[in-house]
Ligand binder design. Structure first.
Ligand SMILES: Cc1cc2nc3c(=O)[nH]c(=O)nc-3n(C[C@H](O)[C@H](O)[C@H](O)COP(=O)(O)O)c2cc1C
Length: 170
């Protein structure tokens, strides 16, 4: 059985090379709306989403993360946009649901994405936190993952998908 939604799920791949072409503001707004419609434990919705469309601000964040990681050339894959979901301690699962909504909605609009995890280790580094604060991330929030977004500049890598499934019918 298949349909458009299932095809969208099955064809999304992580992309790690982006064109300079910006992602249209209308599409970013739609991604943010989809993020806020993700399930959230007890409907807490304690999350926040910072959308960064400025190339200069993306570079500034990458530079601060590079310092924290000891990787001076760190560049976040040079995306056209970032969406940075953040949340209080314990909100990681809610944010993972929001991330999947963002990545699937992006794919449905022809926008490529990849989850970047390095802020989960570096968001409390003072150099990184200073930039996150500039980007609107609440001080008491952690970042568990963020979406790098843009139009693909290269074909995504094919990935093997396993099927570790047990079905119990009777
Ligand atoms: C929790 C999580 C963390 C990830 N962190 C990174 C990351 O830091 N950098 C990266 O390039 N990809 C990251 N990814 C993307 C995975 O590498 C990717 O989803 C996986 O290789 C399968 O490929 P696919 O997304 O094309 O199906 C992450 C994915 C998840 C779910």
């Amino acid at each position: 059985m298949t349909n458009e939604v299932i095809q969208n799920i099955l064809t999304r791949r992580s992309v790690r090379a982006f064109q300079e072409k910006p992602v249209e503001r209308e599409k970013i707004d739609t991604l943010l709306k989809c993020a806020t419609y993700a399930p959230s434990a007890m409907n807490r919705q304690t999350w926040h989403f910072s959308a960064v469309l400025s190339a200069a601000k993306i570079k500034k964040l990458a530079a601060a993360m590079g310092e924290a990681l000891g990787s001076p050339n760190y560049n976040l894959y040079c995306p056209a946009a970032l969406i940075i979901p953040s949340n209080v301690e314990g909100g990681a699962w809610d944010n993972a649901c929001a991330m999947e909504n963002i990545m699937l909605a992006a794919h449905s609009m022809g926008v490529a994405s990849v989850w970047i995890n390095q802020l989960s280790d570096t968001c409390d580094d003072p150099r990184v936190r200073a930039v996150l604060t500039e980007l609107g991330v609440p001080e008491e929030h952690k970042v568990f993952g963020m979406a790098a977004l843009g139009y693909a500049a290269a074909e995504p890598r094919p990935v093997e998908k396993k099927y570790p499934v047990t079905i119990i019918e009777d």
